[in-house]
Design a protein around this ligand. Structure first.
Ligand code: PEP
Ligand code: MG
Length: 321
């Protein structure tokens, strides 16, 4: 088995009937990236940059960030590196910054909300990312989006920084992609509008499940309700993928669900373009894709989309796998 997966590692994730997907990694630092490359990742669909901020005693400067993003994108060469802008606040605090105490940190002052409210901090990161984009295939991704307004504001800031870089004669990729994480109910419902302002979607099922089912992802009392296979979540995933495809754009997934091998065939059938997860899981996900037929899984997914409760979904999935 290990030997077989060893071979699979460096193959393209192509189904028996010729649909190619990308199998990418989630990382938090350069060490993770080395491991991910070892496991044959097709790229990185989620670089969680908050660790850069959390493992520091100050907001990392533009220069400090630039060095890290540059190294990461160079290590991947032509393969994509999707960097998520700072997703901090609420449960993820910083030693050197006083976040307000909140009753509901998961519904609070965090991520893109915090960044748009602290433009100086946001600008340092965006400028570092733009500069690093000259060295590889780097893409920028926004967390916690609920409205087109947040994307428009970010695009305006990016345009402004690009002008500065032009004036200073500093290189960057003029066509750098900007995408969003779809991880709130609002972003699912507004997917048709949001995709007009986004170059891609990446579904964050950890939060999407939490917000769709009104279930705290860390609360043990309701851990049996918190389930990615809930039909409300599955239908959301399908809707988001369809809306991006209507605009000729791709949808990936970077929540845990993307590297849950129980879900691989279903996600393939729903039309997911890219699976991103823990490095060690990638060969197994690839292996399943290589041994599946997209047309068959599409039919299977249609059946799943018609089921009325989570137990029936799980039962059908387990029988099918
Ligand atoms: C998610 O919400 O699914 C996700 C990938 O982001 P995080 O787990 O960092 O919130
Ligand atoms: Mg999230």
């Amino acid at each position: 088995e290990r030997q077989r997966l060893e071979k699979v590692k460096n193959l393209e994730a192509k189904t028996k009937d010729g649909r190619t997907c990308e199998v990418s990694a989630n990382i938090g630092n350069i060490e993770d990236l080395k491991v991910a490359i070892d496991y044959g990742c097709d790229g990185v669909d989620l670089f969680r940059t908050e660790f850069l901020y959390m493992e520091n005693d100050h907001f990392p400067t533009e220069e400090e960030q630039f060095e890290v993003y540059k190294e990461a994108t160079q290590m991947l060469g032509e393969k994509p590196l999707v960097v998520r802008t700072l997703d901090i606040g609420g449960d993820k605090g910083l030693d050197y910054y006083d976040f307000p105490k909140e009753e509901n940190p998961f519904l609070g002052y965090r991520a893109i909300r915090f960044c748009l409210d602290h433009e100086d901090i946001f600008r340092d990161q965006l400028r570092a990312l733009l500069r690093a984009s000259a060295f590889g295939n780097l893409k920028i991704m926004l967390p916690y989006v609920i409205s087109v307004d947040e994307i428009k504001k970010t695009r305006n800031i990016l345009e402004d920084i690009k002008k500065d870089l032009d004036n200073e004669g500093i290189a960057y990729n003029k066509d750098v992609d900007l995408g969003i994480m779809v991880e709130t109910s609002a972003s699912v419902i507004m997917a048709d509008k949001l995709i007009k302002y986004s170059d891609f979607f990446s579904i964050g099922t950890n939060d999407l499940t939490q917000y769709t089912l009104a279930c705290d992802r860390g609360n043990e009392n309701i851990s049996d309700l918190y389930n990615n296979f809930n039909p409300a979540v599955i239908r959301s995933i399908k809707h988001v993928i369809d809306e991006s495809h209507k605009e000729g754009k791709w949808t990936g997934m970077c929540g845990q669900f993307a590297s849950d091998t129980r879900a691989t065939k279903l996600l393939l059938g729903l039309g997911l373009d890219e699976f991103s997860g823990s490095a060690s899981k990638l060969p197994q996900v690839k292996d399943i894709i290589l041994n599946s037929s997209y047309e068959e899984e599409k039919k299977f997914a249609e059946k799943i989309l018609d089921l009325e409760d989570v137990n029936k979904v799980e039962e059908a999935v387990d029988n099918h796998n």
